[in-house]
Write a protein that binds this ligand. Sequence first.
Ligand SMILES: [Zn+2]
Length: 504
Amino acid sequence: MSEAIAGLPPPPPAKPPREASAVIVFRRASDGVEVFWLEREQRLSFAGGFFAFPGGKVDAADAQVPVEGATGLEAQRLVTAARELFEETGLLLARGPSMSQPTLDGLRTRVLTGGGFGAMLEAHGLVVHAADFVEAGRWVTPPYLQHRFDARFFLAEAPAGQQASVWPGELTSGEWVRPEAALERWAAGTALLHPPNLHALRVMSRFSSVAAAAAELSAPPFCDDFIARHLEFQRGVHVVPLLTPTLPPATHTNAYVLGTKELLLVDPGAPDDAECEKLVTVVRELMAEGCAPQAIVLTHHHGDHVGGVKYLSAQLGLPVWAHALTADRAPVPVSRLLNDGEVLALDGPLPMRWRVLHTPGHASGHLCLVDERSSAGIVGDMVSTVSTIVIDPPEGDMAVYLRQLERLRELPLGALYPAHGPVLAHGVARLEEYLTHRAWREAKVLEALGSFALPVGLDALVPRAYDDVGAFIWPIAERNTVAILAKLVAEHRVIGLEGKYRVA
Ligand SMILES: [Zn+2]
């Protein structure tokens, strides 16, 4: 978002990941298997709206529950797996007397309302067996994400005679699904998946035995120290977050690699060559699988979006494409000018057509790319899911920006892939929220202005219009206030004179 590259900030200390367990629970079907997957609630701060397997954080209380065949932390993780499986799906994988479905439902209610999983097991003569949960890999959330987990995956066959169901809460829905069908949803962009869940579905789609599946689940490709290098949340959309000098609290700019054979790279923003190499590595790994990068596309000219374009284009021998109003400020020659409405077609096993939208307001040459099939949008700095988008006049124009946001909402956009912050499965909901917040802020600026008896300057207005945020935000808020005031002046709702403003 900043104009100038001020050098790399020191990498923020990564939060230590929390211990977690997840369960790939399956049942045998006539040919192959079915797994039980869940759609996470949109509002969750980690992987909201994504599809996943049952799982969650390791609780201290999980250490108190005895496990047959395991001790210590290993046993605790198994209890977490069994408890989360029971809480989220109703499947109780513990050995002991069999129980009717109504009894199980009653126990589940009691556990969910704080009754204690261990106490429930003990009261009914049930015990978790290590042999029922086969180790199936370890995944650590990358350090740039706010919520981090060190998750152990287990493969478990669903207990016979029990019904799996999702009760409303953190999960929207859940169902038994053939892994092949789940992968089709992922390819269509209607079920976003984090790397562990994508890998699990791929392995389970060729299930032959528990031992073979567990071995393959435990050895995923493209990982460093259990952290995934390839984040392909939907087919043909890879996210590669790179450390950039950007507006805090954001620390990274998401570069994107689009396509399933012919590839486009979007916004390599890191000024540091070593950081850029992370993107080069991903692209070369895709090239080794037969992919062919075509070009680098820039959403706009800001330093945290173009910092690595020179290095990337040189390393991979790629031309650079952008809007004309970006081209004249890009650090490298732009060989193709992109215009609103044109389509960038990418050949491949899943052919993709990315429609170019010219979306000025934040930057005059700003572009978004929208996948015609899934409506996924690469939205650059139109929306950030982690920081504030600054509309900085004279180039920044609030009225134009808001009209473009409305345009994205009305497409309507599917998944939202921002330059900064986590990806959102449901873009429209966030755009709606964002537009509401912008309208609320405009009203607050107007109200603050009306509270002064005399025309007032920014120095007095900003602290009042932004009294709900910390003073350290005010310098940035001031630029947005100038943009809001310019819009209000144009609408004849505010009168501006020599740096002072009053309500019209
Ligand atoms: Zn920007």
